[in-house]
Design a protein. Structure first.
Length: 646
């Protein structure tokens, strides 16, 4: 910030705000940097008119929506980055954020496990693509893989289907869809699979739209048979892996996925040990895979549903299988889906007509074995109650990258700002210890779930938290980047303007601005004197500020002077030295003869002509100069008379 020292000597001559007014203000607002907005998967609609909202620390049931879209299987649902609903679809009908039907006749089929998924168009918040997959069992014809364009009206905020069923693959798809972000962090991969084939088809979505030249990978089992349409395909939150369950074959397959080029590789196939293999989901930290099994065909289940965990870090993934829970109340376990809270939710239903008013919950899916705490919170049995709505077989099919949240969140970490940390999943934690790897920093960790820390220097920090619960410890770490503050400056301490003139204040290009006037524009124009400040935000969500003083002045010229006076002994204008350039003062006698000239603001006429005292009387003067301001220079010419006294 700029000091007041240069201004103090000018207060006698110029009209400015008082120092009392200046220092009475609190120049900069209090804030804790940017709040992360990654809420595209923060609103769910599914099942028998059920819903969930993840806007808070813990999700709550959505119950106010009208009963307009029954979703037995996994619908496509998407919100904007702030968690406001854009649209959702069962694969055939599309409803917008006002729960109005805005599209019908899409080619997603009801028999498919994952008939639809919705992907934003990169770089365009008004466009979304609904990908739909058909089934070869479609009695109206096999329509393959298609996408529908949803356009959000910028005035009303409503989404409408503007181009329906653009074909990508003509026919013979297996009814599975998943999606993750490209390695560049902007584009997306939509991954599908052909029927009667082992071909994965990965379509890239970028700023130009949907690239119809998909990436083909022939690997793993051939998807065929009467009931292998049942089962899921899921990508891990970080996009590094794929998993597929094949109901009839009773197997699970795990693959590597390359988010740079879209290829699928390194198949690992389980033994045929999983009768009714169905729902799949990865843990938040990508270390565990969960599977549900169910008897889909029989009115009375021939075998109970089961929830199974696999350790993806094990040398033999499928040898690590652990049975987490077996249904003992007739409920069949369906889809699994990771939420923004780091917990995995389980859809369940007795049959097509008898449903559940709750979801199962894996409270700590990162933890090994029974420590994952299925339906166990603080030692008590607790499912997620749907507020009077009901579960069916499916949960929302979402872009998995939207639930790729770190184990703990933090506001953008900037030097000079107190960084606030928060554990994403706060279930079943007795205590937590933090290591910031910043020996010179200061911290306040009295709230172990939400500690604060003031980092001492910029750079990378390996921040770790060790949680304890029931006598066991679990450590998780994240790489945290500590950013320097933006170097914002007006370039000067003071800007001078003439009365009636103005100045444009500008500090360069930044991601965001907040001016003392309340403006959020990149620059402002001011005509009043006073202190002005701007706070800027850079692309890392770090803030810094600078101030400038705008001084309004006139060039004051005395109308008389007396050389013998101890104060008013010299004729010259009063003007700040750094406000003018190319200055010239000329004095003329009554006959128009030039008797004095100065080009130095500090040198005036002392009343002499050729070294001798000039006679008392009236003398003419002329002053020429250029002003200096934020607007550049402007020539000024002035003339008048002065009385010489003795």
């Amino acid at each position: 910030m700029k000091a007041l020292t240069k201004l103090s000597v000018l207060l006698f001559f110029f009209s400015v705000v008082s120092l009392t007014d200046v220092f009475a203000q609190n120049p900069y607002p209090n804030h804790s940097n940017c709040v992360r907005q990654m809420q595209q998967a923060g609103l769910w609609y599914f099942g028998v008119y059920a819903g969930m909202n993840f806007a808070g620390v813990d999700p709550v049931p959505e119950t106010t929506q009208p009963d307009v879209l029954l979703s037995p299987i996994s619908p496509g649902v998407i919100a904007d980055s702030a968690g406001n609903l854009i649209c959702w679809t069962n694969g055939k009908q599309v409803y917008n954020n006002e729960f109005h039907l805005v599209g019908d006749g899409l080619f997603g089929h009801f028999s498919c496990t994952q008939p639809a998924i919705i992907v934003p168009k990169p770089g365009d918040h008004t466009k979304y693509f609904i990908f739909t997959t058909d089934s070869y069992r479609n009695i109206n014809g096999d329509n393959g893989l298609n996408y529908t364009v949803m356009t959000v009206d910028t005035w009303s905020g409503y989404a409408n289907a503007t181009s329906i069923n653009n074909n990508l693959i003509e026919n013979n798809m297996d009814g599975r869809l998943t999606a993750v972000k490209h390695a560049n962090g902007e584009d997306y991969w939509v991954i599908s699979h052909r029927w009667e084939s082992n071909e994965f088809c990965a379509f890239r979505v970028n700023a130009a739209g949907v690239d119809q030249n998909y990436v083909s990978s022939n690997i793993g089992s051939v998807h065929s048979g009467a009931n292998n349409l049942l089962g899921f395909m899921k990508a891990s939150p970080d996009g590094s892996r794929l998993a597929v369950s094949l109901y009839e074959s009773q197997i699970v397959e795990v693959f590597n996925f390359n988010t740079e080029n879209g290829t699928v590789s390194s198949a690992q196939t389980s033994p045929p040990d999983y009768n009714g293999a169905y729902g799949l989901e990865f843990s938040q930290d990508n270390s565990k895979l969960y599977l549900t099994t169910l008897d889909y065909a029989n009115i009375i289940p021939a075998f109970p549903s089961e929830l199974i965990q696999f350790d993806l870090d094990a040398a033999n993934i499928f040898a690590s299988a652990t049975s987490i829970h077996t249904s003992d109340n007739g409920f069949r376990y369906g889809a699994l889906q990771l939420g923004l809270d780091g917990r995995i939710y389980l859809a369940k239903s007795i049959n097509a007509t008898d449903h559940s008013d709750s979801l199962g919950v894996i409270y700590n899916p990162n933890r090994q074995g029974l420590a994952c705490n299925y339906n166990s919170l603080g030692g008590a049995d607790l499912e997620f109650y749907l507020g009077g709505k009901q579960s069916f077989w499916g949960l929302p099919n979402i872009v998995q990258s939207f639930v790729d949240w770190p184990h703990f969140l933090y506001d953008s970490v900037c030097i000079g700002d107190l960084s606030i940390f928060s554990i994403t999943n706060q279930a079943n934690i007795d205590d937590a210890g933090w290591e910031f790897n910043d020996p010179a920093g200061t911290s306040n960790t009295t709230d172990f779930l939400n500690p604060t820390h003031l980092f001492s220097s910029p750079g990378q920090r390996a921040v770790a938290v060790t949680e304890t619960y029931g006598g066991s410890s679990y450590t998780y770490s994240e790489s945290v980047t500590v950013h320097p503050l933006p170097q914002v400056t007006f370039g000067v301490d003071t800007i001078y303007i003439f009365k009636g003139d103005y100045a444009t204040l500008n500090v360069g290009q930044w991601a965001g601005y907040l001016w003392s006037t309340g403006s959020t524009a990149s620059e402002i124009t001011v005509a009043d004197p006073g202190q002005y400040w701007v706070e800027v935000q850079n692309e890392k969500c770090c803030y810094n500020a600078d101030t400038v003083y705008v001084v309004q002045y006139d060039l004051h010229v005395p109308n008389a002077f007396r050389p013998a006076s101890p104060v008013n002994y010299e004729f010259k204008p009063v003007v700040p030295f750094n406000a003018v350039q190319d200055y010239s003062l000329k004095i003329f006698d009554r006959w128009g003869q030039l008797i004095f000239e100065s080009k130095d603001l500090g040198v005036g006429w002392t009343g002499n002509i050729n070294g001798q005292p000039a006679p008392v009387g009236v003398y003419a003067w002329r002053i020429d100069y250029n002003t200096i301001s934020a607007e550049g220079t402007r020539p000024i010419k002035m003339a008048g008379t002065v009385m010489l006294l003795r």
